[in-house]
Design a protein around this ligand. Structure first.
Ligand code: F6P
Length: 373
């Protein structure tokens, strides 16, 4: 994957570090605060920085731990760079409803450690239509917002791409979904936290599985992708990992379990991606139960994987991408996502995301099979 590399945090800034945070009057509004317009300094900014004066930020789609860290980074980088920044509530729905507040550096205090999103999120049907997007663009223009940062998943980016194509709004996406299924970035915000939460559950289930000589089918999220299942399966020492990318017929799963019993295994944990079977792990349970000698229990981890305090990795990732998204907008980027390619921040055209999918790590899958002997 070769995508445009971005500059680091140290690339030329029009502002000295000593005048980083402007004076601002803030008043609380729900969990974020409104802010009076920051005082502008006299010093002129280089031309390419000057076009972007006011940016908006929203979170969209399923929430992911680390979104708050991303909002914080966007808000504080913008203010550091002397931009105004507004938060849009409930994703694209808030844009259509004009549910927008201006933010200051203190509006995002004490949120880096919190899961969920202080801006709230929604899946917005109206934005799927050109009229909805036109309405959203009007709301941005009315408020003088020159560019938009969208923190979300591939569905949110499809909307962002159309908003740019139809209405000319500069948009930069930040990948945030526990599913980690976004093309163009090695990792998305929330994935690391989600797999660690799921892994903790698997470790607990292993204790009780071993005590009772049972088989546990553990269903993890991921919609149509198996990235969560694969990582949790490898880290949790699963007997089998069942993915939508590589569907194994239920009878073959039963055969694998029986073969493992024959090799001397007295209990087993199998990780099932929610998209692997119609009806998920519950459907698999009845098919497997009849064939193998174990008592079978099924656990669906569900939305527990989406909550909780983000890991260090997700906080750092969100902080980096939030910073780079704001800098990308100022440098004239539009219709791109900032992502990670082998530790470096890259910019990926949103159109590329529509044309490509992100495959699972086949090598990791092979490794899982070898280590399950
Ligand atoms: O995309 C994130 C995700 O958590 C998927 O893993 C899951 O399939 C879906 O969202 C659940 O969506 P909802 O919160 O609308 O039930």
């Amino acid at each position: 994957m070769t995508h445009a590399r971005t500059g680091g945090a140290g690339h030329p800034s029009p502002h000295g570090a000593q005048d980083a945070v402007p004076d601002a009057a803030v008043a609380p509004v729900g969990s974020v605060r409104r802010i009076a317009r920051p005082r502008q300094r006299e010093r002129p900014a280089p031309l390419y920085w000057a076009a972007m004066k006011h940016i908006g930020v929203l979170t969209s789609g399923g929430d992911a731990p680390g979104m708050n860290a991303g909002i914080r980074a966007v808000v504080r980088t913008a203010i550091h760079d002397r931009l105004r920044v507004s938060g849009i509530y409930r994703g694209y729905q808030g844009l259509i409803d004009d549910d927008i507040v201006e933010l200051g550096p203190r509006s995002v205090a004490n949120i880096i450690q919190r899961g969920g999103t202080i801006l709230r999120t929604a899946r917005c049907d109206a934005f799927l239509q050109p009229e909805g997007r036109a309405h959203a663009a009007d709301a941005l223009r009315k408020r003088g917002i020159d560019g938009l940062v969208v923190i979300g998943g591939d569905g949110s980016f499809r909307g962002a791409h159309r908003l740019h194509a139809e209405q000319g709004i500069p948009v930069v996406g930040i990948p945030a979904t526990i599913d980690n299924d976004i093309y163009g970035t090695d990792v998305s915000i929330g994935f690391n936290t989600a797999i660690n939460i799921a892994l903790e559950a698997v470790d607990r289930l292993r204790d009780t599985a071993a005590s009772h000589d049972r088989l546990f089918l553990v269903e993890v999220m991921g919609r149509d992708s198996g990235h969560i299942a694969l990582h949790v399966g490898v880290a949790g020492g699963a007997e089998a990992i069942l993915l939508p990318e590589d569907v194994v017929p239920a009878d073959d799963v039963a055969d694998m379990i029986v073969a493992a019993q024959d090799r001397g295994k007295s209990s087993s944990v199998v990780i099932v991606a929610e998209g692997a079977y119609e009806g998920g792990a519950m459907a698999l349970q009845s098919a497997v139960k009849a064939r193998c000698g174990y008592e079978v229990r099924t656990v669906i981890l569900g939305h527990t994987q989406r909550g909780g305090s983000p890991t260090t990795r997700d906080r750092v990732l969100a902080s980096r991408l939030g910073f780079h998204a704001v800098r990308a907008l100022q440098l004239g980027a539009a219709d791109v996502m900032v992502g990670i390619d082998q530790r470096e921040v890259v910019r990926v055209p949103l159109a590329d995301l529509e044309r490509n999918t992100k495959d699972i790590d086949r090598e990791l899958m092979e490794l899982a099979t070898i280590l399950a002997i």
